[in-house]
Design a protein around this ligand. Structure first.
Ligand code: BG6
Length: 487
């Protein structure tokens, strides 16, 4: 009789926040939906002493507190029977040996394993080395995969080193570098929107598009993450990964299929075509009060906000600027992509000379009010020739009957379990992204006067300099997804 091969989902750094906030809720939700492959063992590995039951309880409480999900006891009891805990120190070989023995026994022979690196990034190489040295990366009788959390490196050099360390034991097809923005349904929908409809793609180029804006704004400040954040800053934390990933989805050529490498090859071509970022084309800022936060170095120059203009030097995009901005402690949490179209070539109305027609623009609303809006001009009824901008709107919440969109981790964990890497970042993508942002951060440091660090008021839309930056190009930041006051 054929043996049913279980899958082990092993979490390194399992007592941390991520396991309770994201990983276990995502696995639990997929379990309840009947999508989780069975049999499965979810094994937490970390230093704190827990029994299996204590660990399960910690996860249950964490899930309720941090995500608001209150599972029925029967669902939780069924699911939690699949959870185990192995106590271990990430730097102790004997603890990995114990883990290996535990997994072998549970699995009853070689089976499939997914390792999740949820520990602090400084431990990633150590974990990889131990897995490799103990033969735990070898695909003998089952697959072995590793999911690597962000941040993936601190700069190009460290990212390249991390890739090399991973590749000394894992082949690229075994590696899943997570960027949770790619797990958001609305981010995935960018490719569906572009390539499963025929009406947008013909105008998706320099002949019809004036420019593109990508905004990822957060209302929260750095809070208790100041220790990490002060060393990272907005560019490492948001641009190198999430914003550049969104940009590649907007700008890439259609791949022949949705196959992981076909998609990622096209994304890589976009990253390669981005020209160097001129310091003059950037704004960097810090919110007032940041430097008094516990964990922030005195006199810290870490930006918590940035706006950047990029150019993609290829046939489709030559001459179409991409404006990217992101920041903490802004007026609201909202992520949106705006495609602003060219003005009409000739206006047939006799409008006053200072009359400005609002250009057409399309807003891809990533979150929180997920949807798509198309802004266009219309005649105000009864007026001789007055125009007004109106919206054609699609909202997920109404079209899909108020169902909450699944958390990004639900999709990503399932994809990794089923071996689909299309929503994960390949090594070359990561390195190209770093090679774009490294010179920018170095430039800010070496020539601080070209784009000096300015301040902004928490709860605003960033520094006035960011509006002046757009005005310089005779453009404005747009917010097409909701009632935002962009000033
Ligand atoms: C993380 C950053 O990657 O993304 C955080 O480290 C940020 O600083 C978060 O808050 C934003 O994600 P989301 O899904 O809430 O927009």
């Amino acid at each position: 009789m054929e043996r049913i091969c279980p899958t082990s989902f092993v979490i390194f750094g399992a007592s941390g926040d991520l396991t309770r906030r994201k990983l276990v809720p995502a696995l639990f939700n997929q379990y309840v939906k009947g999508r989780l492959m069975e049999p499965i063992h979810i094994v937490g590995f970390s230093r704190r002493p827990f029994s299996d039951n204590e660990f399960r309880q910690l996860l249950l409480e964490g899930m309720q507190e941090l995500t608001g999900v209150v599972p029925t006891m029967s669902d939780w009891n069924d699911f939690s029977q699949r959870i185990w805990y192995v106590r271990g120190d990430l730097s102790e070989t004997k603890d990995y040996e114990q883990l290996r023995a535990f997994l072998n026994e549970k699995e009853g022979g070689f089976c499939n394993r997914l390792y999740y690196l949820a520990a602090a990034p400084a431990f990633f190489p150590l974990i990889i080395d131990h897995l490799g040295d103990l033969g735990m990366a070898k695909e003998e009788g089952g697959w072995r995969r590793v999911i690597v959390e962000k941040p993936f490196g601190h700069d190009l050099t460290s990212a390249t080193e991390l890739n090399a360390s991973i590749h000394s034991f894992f082949e690229e097809h075994q590696v899943y570098r997570i960027d949770h923005y790619l797990g958001k349904d609305t981010a995935q929908n960018i490719l569906y929107f572009r390539f499963l409809n025929t009406i947008f793609e013909p105008v998706w180029n320099r002949n019809f598009i004036d420019h593109v804006q990508i905004t990822v704004a957060e209302d929260l400040d750095v809070g208790h993450r100041a220790g990490y954040y002060d060393r990272a800053g907005i560019v490492r934390d948001m641009f190198q990964n999430h914003l550049l990933q969104l940009l590649t989805l907007v700008a890439m050529e259609p791949p022949a299929t949705f196959d992981a490498d076909a998609v990622r090859n096209e994304k890589v071509k976009v990253l390669r075509a981005i020209g160097p970022i001129a310091l003059e084309d950037t704004v960097r800022a810090q919110y007032e009060g940041y430097s008094e936060t516990e964990g922030v170095a005195p006199g810290s120059q870490t930006p918590t906000y940035a706006a950047v203009k990029l150019n993609i030097d290829n046939w489709r995009w030559k001459g179409v600027p991409f404006y990217l901005r992101s920041g903490k402690a802004l007026a609201s949490k909202t992520s949106e992509i705006v495609i602003e179209f060219e003005p009409p070539p000739h206006v047939l109305l006799e409008l006053p000379t200072d009359y400005k027609l609002t250009p057409n623009y399309l807003s891809l609303c990533i979150q929180p009010d997920e949807g798509i809006h198309l802004r266009f001009e219309t005649k105000v009824p009864g007026s001789p020739q007055e125009t007004r901008s109106v919206d054609m709107e699609f909202h997920y919440r109404t079209t899909f009957h108020g169902e909450a969109l699944p958390d990004a981790y639900e999709r990503l964990l399932l994809d990794a379990l089923y071996g689909d890497a299309s929503l994960f970042t390949r090594s070359d993508e990561i390195e190209l992204a770093w090679s774009l942002v490294d010179p920018l951060m170095a430039g800010w440091e070496d020539s601080p006067d070209v784009s000096p660090l300015v301040q902004y008021t928490p709860g605003s839309w960033g520094p006035p300099e960011a509006n002046a930056f757009m005005a310089r190009d005779d453009r404005v930041w747009r917010m097409g997804c909701g009632e935002h006051n962009d000033s």
